[in-house]
Design a protein around this ligand. Sequence first.
Ligand code: FES
Length: 183
Amino acid sequence: MDSVHYQSLSFQLEGQFLGFINKPNGQLKSLRLMLNDQELHIKLDKELRGSLGYGLAVGDWIQVVGKQKFKGSFNDFKLKAFQVNRLSYSLDRSPSCPKKGKILLCNKSDCAKNGSEELYQALQKTICRLGLEDSVTIQKTSCQKRCKKAPNIILMPGKEKCSNPRPQNIANLLRDHYLAPMD
Ligand code: FES
């Protein structure tokens, strides 16, 4: 049987981020990019999957760097991304008027054992990436009485409780709470 030969070329594309496509298990699989009125689906490299999800919002302008593999004909190709850089915020994101707030992070025994310090670091990093450092602070607290679900946070205002958030969900959580347009 003939073996299939792939040829690959590097690519660098700039367009508007339209969101992710997930695998059935919830892991990121591809990203959707709007380029010249055409939607492209670009597979994400394994290492990139872990770090993406922070700070990207639908409508952001991004640069995607990767490899394009041709399988036989010029029209039959796959795109794989190795690097994604945000170029600018989307216009409807209103990053300049975030809501003021505070994140209450439990710092007591069960939460500490289950990664409250790592969560603190991830929250801080995400706050900076979303440009929220002047409006959202983190306050360490005593037990929030949900120790089995540790580590725990409460988003203020609104008292939204959240237990053990996945790193890839933190940006969405903060964006929804502090950057969503006011009703
Ligand atoms: S130790 Fe964190 S909720 Fe109890």
